[in-house]
Design a protein around this ligand. Sequence first.
Ligand code: SAH
Length: 365
Amino acid sequence: MTALKDKIVRLIAAAGPISVADYMALCLFDPEHGYYTTREPFGAAGDFVTAPEVSQMFGEMVAVWLHAAWQTLGQPEPVTLVEIGPGRGTMMKDMLRTLAKLDGAAFDRLSVAMVEASPRLREIQRATLGASAGRIRWTSDLSELPQDRPVFVAANELFDAVPVRQYVMTAEGWRERMVTLDDDGGLIFAAGAGGIDPDLLPASACDAPPGSIVEAAPARAALMQRIAARIARHGGAGLFFDYGTADWSIGDTLQAVRGHRFDPPLAHPGAADLTSHVDFSALAAVARTEGLATAVLPQGDFLLGMGLLERAGSLGANGSLALQERLRSEVERLAGPDAMGNLFKAMAVVPPGIAVQPFRLPAAP
Ligand code: SAH
């Protein structure tokens, strides 16, 4: 029993079942026992490895894209570079190094911000950024940043960590999927009381047989709306990576990962990462309602289109065979179709009418 499991069991015993979204929020961000509030989960010694932790080339490609978007928009100044959910801060470190090389003078004038919900991770980010930390402003919300200028926003594996709601089709119709207690006081999933209007659920819920599960993530939509509204009002661009699909279908994608292995989602609350796949079509729809254009590519296509192979070649030139082999395996992990290349997607969010390769933008209306 984890300390958080004990707390959740007592909460449900006292106040009744909680939604999957509330369960996820407690698991990740409970101030005392939450996964991101108490742990440093990334990297070989942690529970999972994210793209920026696989290779410096990931953050480099992201920086090159954001710089190209800035140029396409006419090099506005002043601007803010923002990363939301920066984990250990590795991607920001790689982006700053790359931006300094691309245009040292503009880089000196750039304001840099990190939006991070976990105070513990902020400290780790500060340590990773070293001397650059002095110029970075940390906030817990986008709204705390200067409101008068374009923002260039990057986030990797942010939306999958924002709580998702689940709905289950029962003999009596759709119900919210809840977490409650079994007879022995253990955590189980159960259908909640009270019917759900199917019109409020994703279209895939239509005609679904009993037992089907659909997911909807209003908290993710709300976060995307805040980002998109900023870009729509003051200019800028966004680039978001997550695992998920461009076209959504029915199903339960809630998953826990602990020590690089899948773990039952109710087994170790607070001691395992808990995520669900991101519905990019839903996030894109939100950005479009703010008047922006969006495009989605598999991560592999994005990285190869940005010149990942050429970058690996130049990093390995004149290097040892061991270095070249390491770079080859990093490319394979980030972009290979059986590794992260297909499962992960890159989504661009830009003002309408601008073209930023390798996305097919401007997108069809
Ligand atoms: N981008 C990093 C970390 C991914 S894990 C990487 O690729 O390695 C998810 C990160 O998002 C963590 O840093 C977590 O604390 C943060 N996070 C989750 N929800 C957030 C929110 N609503 N606002 C800001 N940060 C959030």
